[in-house]
Design a protein around this ligand. Structure first.
Ligand code: F6P
Length: 351
């Protein structure tokens, strides 16, 4: 009997989504032979509204190296939707109905923490779901790493490398604001790889006085430039309880304003923003996304639904979706990389 597998990508895009889609598809054609893959468009938006199409085998060729997602994505998930009739629609019921209509044997949801929470609810409603963890933030609980993250680290490191030479030439402080939402993984890794002198993370509220002191000390020791990698979710001491400040708020510019009250050094800000999510996946992410895609197919074959693929050490494995839902993997205070940073004199803005 023909196996019907649905696939969607949801939440912010990242490099490696197409590699994962391809991994699931190619492995499924091998394992099941008689298989139809249904591409659901615009993430959960397509599942809610019934926008999907059967894909040709050929569509999964030539996409390994392409950034973004051929299925497109959106941030729509479990919100209630007001219809023309004025009534609110139960989106989870609508999604289950479309799953039935598509006659799916299972649905592969490729996304971040929000995607897995919604997928968990669908699973509870009796749908067969397998999750794949993507995000440049690397903040999904239960997996050492997500695909997309390493590509973003590479891009962010390149930005830091490039501002380094101009900071040196002009004897400036260069602040680079990096993505990561409420987790500091991207800023921490890229900061260390890019030789940042100060790294500010959401997990460690910073003191502006400590940041100024670290920079002044460098100047006193004859180093006439400094590089600061600041995570977009970083907060200063005393600012921690404030609610999220929205898409147009920039901690980088805020930091520059606060810092220039404390130091007398020319300061500039760079915000690479969505540049960090664009372009081709790096080889590591191509391999990881392919491995995870293949593992998703194995879970489908074994009928082990309700699971999210994960990597632990060298092993590709999976967690129960309900264990992943609603959690965020932030940097623990005993993370070895924090110790490494401190050992080489990086300031985390601590008092
Ligand atoms: O989750 C990935 C991410 O790029 C975060 O790092 C960032 O906070 C957010 O998405 C940006 O969201 P949007 O694409 O909706 O602007």
């Amino acid at each position: 009997m023909t196996k019907r597998i649905g696939m969607l990508t949801s939440g912010g895009d990242c490099p490696g989504l197409n590699a994962a889609i391809r991994g699931v598809a190619k492995a499924s054609y091998q394992v099941f032979g008689d298989v139809e893959i249904v591409g659901i468009l615009d993430g959960y938006g397509g599942l809610i509204d019934g926008r999907y199409r059967e894909m040709d085998k050929e569509e999964f060729s030539g996409i390994l190296t392409i950034g973004g997602t051929i299925l497109r994505t959106s941030r729509r998930k479990g919100e209630t939707v007001r219809q023309n009739s004025g009534k609110y629609m139960d989106v989870f019921k609508a999604m289950a109905k479309n799953y039935e209509k598509m006659k799916l044997d299972c649905l592969v949801t490729i996304g971040g923490d929000g995607t897995h929470s919604a997928a968990g609810i669908l699973q509870e409603q009796g749908l067969n779901i397998i999750g794949l963890p993507k995000t440049i933030d690397n903040d999904i609980w239960g997996t050492d790493v997500t695909f997309g993250y390493q590509s973003a680290v590479n891009i962010a490191t390149d930005v830091l490398d490039r501002v380094h030479t101009t900071a040196v030439s002009h004897s400036r402080v260069l602040i680079v604001e990096l993505m990561g939402n409420t987790a500091g993984w991207l800023a921490l890794s890229a900061g260390i790889a890019g030789g940042a002198d100060v790294i500010l993370l959401p997990e460690i509220p910073y003191s502006i006085g400590a940041v100024a002191e670290a920079i002044n000390k460098r100047y006193e020791s004859g180093k006439h430039f400094s590089i600061i990698a600041v995570a977009e979710g970083a907060k200063s001491i005393g600012d921690e309880s404030e609610s999220p400040k929205g898409h147009h708020y920039s901690i980088g510019y805020q930091l520059a304003d606060d810092l220039t009250k404390e130091i007398d050094i020319d300061t500039r800000v760079v915000v690479p923003g969505h540049y960090q999510r664009g372009g081709a996946p790096c080889p590591y992410d191509r391999v990881l996304a392919t491995q995870m895609g293949v593992h998703a197919t194995e879970l489908i074959e074994e009928k082990r639904f309700g699971r999210t693929v994960a990597v632990k050490g060298d092993v590709i494995t999976s967690n129960l979706m309900k264990d992943v839902a609603g959690k965020t993997k932030t940097i623990p205070m005993d993370a070895p990389l924090l110790g490494v940073g401190r050992s080489i004199g990086i300031s985390f803005g601590e008092v």
